[in-house]
Design a protein around this ligand. Structure first.
Ligand code: ZN
Length: 462
């Protein structure tokens, strides 16, 4: 079956539909939420557009209370799903085209949501249509789920799971090819306690998942100028100080990064604690820097290099120290072959030994996503990608970040960014200005999804 040729036949329709969807500014607007539009009227409009399209084409549709929609084909017991989303992020500034115009220029379609995730959702929709139009008897039902709240908390999928039928397995066209078959487990841990300290105040960070790029600490007492110079030289970090009446204010300049890639950043708060511990012989700061100095979690004895997902990472994302009260928030991401309880026990044991004045609390936890790379699903998806794109070299991937795929069991992320088809300078990526998607990529992704559905619902079982 020549799926690329089949997909090309729908090129004009796909472009037209994507333009219609881009024209709906489906931003979250909860101030105007209603019982049928929990994320506001514009997202509701995009959902209606998509469901009406499915209905007009003869598919079965289900409105899951405005949280999500389901467009499906067939009534077999087993099922394959695809999961896309219709909500977009705010447009931001600096666009050179109309963010809702859907302009076509040099082989690209421009507009907020073109790449994330309206374009990929349209590609998945037409893949389902191509398979339906083949008229062969499938052994699995095909389900396209469209979520309405991917960008602002993924509550859509929580509601969907509680209220609508779940596919047995499937893929999410909202990341990269070839296949992302694993994502680390993510836990947010709070440490708090009271202890005598030379620190007058230290406040930094707003989110656990960002490496603290800059941090100011106020310490009782005179500046330790020589110690600071030495510290900066040996740690290759920038810092400055100001002498106030009875205290010294130090500012450390690290480097911001996402918590899933701490090696790309420099955590200014960890350096600040480290410096105070050394220069002022402060016991509380010393205990903290012993626990937190390594972004691999070595200080808590939770360092681990996973077979598929590589290193466990630890990030100190938020710190509040004032009046001898300590409050720290950590983001810890662990590979699938690490046990959650192993992490918790080791952190607790370390605290009991080195910082018994601190208590820990897990405030959030997401299990790792892991689908066996040798499973039929992953192997089929990978083979189809190779055959259609000709890219035999890019390996399967895992990630530290969290995608939409982790909301459903047996789901992996699958495109539709092509590693060998980089966007040119005039086309923006997801969440950037001038967001655009290449028309050829749209066609290729559609062909890949169609061929994958065909194999998973028909050919493999013949
Ligand atoms: Zn997305």
């Amino acid at each position: 079956m020549e799926f690329l040729t089949l997909a090309r036949k729908y090129q004009d329709q796909m472009i037209e539909d994507l333009q219609a969807l881009i024209a709906i500014p489906s931003l979250s607007d909860e101030a105007h939420a209603t019982s049928i539009a929990p994320f506001g009227p514009k997202i509701r409009e995009a959902l209606d557009w998509m469901l009406n399209k499915g209905k007009a084409d003869g598919f079965d549709i289900l409105d899951v209370d405005g949280y999500a929609g389901l467009i499906s084909y067939g009534n077999q017991t087993q099922s394959i799903g695809m999961l896309g989303h219709l909500d977009i992020v705010p447009i931001g500034e600096g666009w050179s085209v109309d963010p809702f115009g859907g302009e076509v220029k040099d082989g690209y379609i421009f507009g907020r949501g073109s790449g994330d995730d309206k374009g990929p959702t349209i590609a998945a929709y037409y893949a389902m249509k191509i398979i339906r139009d083949l008229g062969v008897e499938l052994n699995k039902k095909i389900m396209l789920i469209v979520g309405c709240d991917e960008e602002t908390g993924m509550r859509c999928m929580k509601h969907y799971i509680d209220n609508a039928p779940l596919p047995d397995m499937g893929f999410v066209p909202d990341a990269y090819f070839p296949v992302i078959y694993g994502e680390k487990g993510i836990m947010v841990v709070k440490l708090s306690g009271q202890k005598k300290t030379v620190i007058k105040s230290l406040h930094g960070g707003e989110r656990p998942n960002i490496v603290l790029g800059k941090c100011t600490v106020e310490v009782f007492g005179k500046p330790k100028e020589d110690e600071l110079r030495l510290f900066c030289r040996s740690h290759r970090i920038k810092a400055s100080y100001k002498y106030l009446a009875d205290s010294t204010e130090y500012t450390f300049e690290g480097k911001y990064s996402h918590a899933s890639t701490p090696q790309k950043g420099q955590n200014a708060a960890v350096y600040a604690l480290n410096f105070v511990a050394a220069a002022y012989q402060d016991e509380a700061a010393a205990a903290l820097s012993t626990c937190l100095y390594s972004y691999h979690g070595t200080g808590f004895n939770i360092e681990f290099n996973g077979a598929h997902m590589h290193d466990l990472t630890l990030n100190l994302g938020i710190v509040h120290i004032e009046k001898e009260n300590f409050d720290l928030t950590l983001d810890i991401r662990y590979p699938n072959d690490v046990d959650f309880d192993f992490c918790i026990n080791n952190i607790e044991n370390t605290l009991a030994k080195d910082a018994s004045w601190l208590t820990m609390e897990v405030v959030a936890h997401k299990e790792p996503l892991f689908v066996d790379p040798n499973s039929d699903l992953v192997k089929t998806l990978h083979n189809v990608y190779r055959e259609v794109s000709g890219d035999d070299f890019t390996p399967l991937k895992t990630m530290g970040g969290g995608t939409y795929a982790r909301t459903l069991p047996n789901f992996v992320a699958y495109g539709m960014s092509f590693p060998l088809r980089k966007l040119p300078d005039f086309a923006g990526d997801a969440h950037q200005k001038d967001e655009a998607i290449e028309i050829e990529s749209l066609i290729m992704a559609c062909a890949i999804y169609a061929q994958a559905l065909y194999r998973l619902t028909y050919e493999n079982e013949k």
